[in-house]
Design a protein. Sequence first.
Length: 172
Amino acid sequence: MTSAKFHNTFRQYHRWLGFFLAGIMAVYATSGILLIFRSTDLLKYEYTTVHELAAELSPQALQKELHLKGYKFQRENETEIRFNYGVYQKATGQAEVTKQDYPLVLRKLVSLHKATTNSPLFVLNITFGVVLLFFVVSAFLMFMPKAKLFKNGLKIASAGFLFALLVVVFGS
């Protein structure tokens, strides 16, 4: 049988980790909202870069050289190739590319959600996930299992779990 001291200890850990997570969650929430609008121009600025490439490239070779996500060939004539991000001059090999991106700080926030094991950010992501899981478990360990609040908490948590599961399964 669990003691009141055990539950109070988890309350204390839950409270302090909750304060710590509040800061991390603010960062993740902001970056998550930004990611929702990533296919729009929201908060993005336009910039142009010039690339010096080999002359007389084909549209397919140009795509390989530029490494542009979402590259779409539009048209070609004797002097240039036009694509969705700009224009390539066949004679000089010069490609002018115009794209949109977030300012540096927002770009870093967005990269937080895209971190893989190749990125130092993955440590923050794993830490955040582990602490969130602790948070989930400790929320229930704060109350005595026979308490009405505990039982109602399980019902509400189950409803939240089912809601998230339904949105994921049927929303995508």
